[in-house]
Design a protein around this ligand. Structure first.
Ligand code: 3PG
Ligand code: 3PY
Length: 205
């Protein structure tokens, strides 16, 4: 399963973290992001229409759609029913981790310190979110945390911007970053989203 998670993380340098407020936005946002070169899409379960948005976005050719903000086994099973191909959480509990293992789904749990990473490794997860990336100390913190925990590779998320993404992606322990900046709130402007995605997709790592 680490290999399956790593595949998602290597599709592009950035995984868009999406908050879909209106189901009518789901298709144009997904199409624009994929067209711009960002195929892995993380739909956060923070809005009423998130589960339906997963179903709709999966229709876009080339899209790899996952669920984010998965907090409980129930969230996980609703996401899988909708066709989510990977699961992301801001944290990790043994209950949620076991549900992901039982389901056999690629799972990217959130970690913010050495103990979090050690719990994840103990449960068999070594492809991890670093969340909230900037607030948890930024690139110097992740560099220090990952030095003794060589098996873990990360997707820093939370406060990542077009300006600081390169610094994150330069770290050995970082495979990709997550961020919301490509898709501003409100009615989607497909051309702008695609342009922002193209810049993000071109970041070096
Ligand atoms: C989130 O919590 O929504 C994600 O971490 C993305 O955060 P960002 O808006 O700081 O990119
Ligand atoms: C999530 O919502 O799943 C996070 O990891 C925060 O972006």
């Amino acid at each position: 399963l680490s290999a399956a998670v790593e595949k998602v993380m290597r599709l592009a340098p950035v995984i868009p973290v999406l908050v879909i407020e209106d189901i009518e936005h789901a298709l144009p946002i997904a199409e624009a992001l994929v067209a711009g070169g960002l195929p892995a899409l993380e739909v956060t379960l923070r809005t009423e229409c998130a589960i339906e948005a997963i179903r709709i976005m999966k229709q876009v050719p080339g899209a790899m759609v996952g669920a984010g903000t998965v907090l409980t086994p129930d969230d996980l099973s609703r996401s899988l029913d909708a066709g989510a191909e990977f699961i992301v959480s801001p944290g990790l509990t043994p209950t949620l981790g076991q549900a992901a293992l039982d389901a056999g789904v690629p799972f990217l749990p959130g970690t913010a310190n050495a103990s979090d990473v050690m719990l994840a490794l103990e449960m068999g997860f070594n492809r991890l979110k670093f969340f909230p990336a900037m607030a948890a100390g930024g690139p110097p913190a992740l560099k220090a945390i990952s030095a003794p925990l060589l098996a873990a590779k990360f997707c820093p998320t939370g406060g990542v911007t077009p300006e600081n993404a390169a610094e994150w992606l330069a770290l050995d322990a970082v495979l990709c970053v997550g961020g919301s900046w490509m898709v501003p709130k409100g009615k989607p402007d497909a051309a702008k989203i695609e342009a922002a995605a193209r810049v993000a997709a071109g970041l070096a790592r």
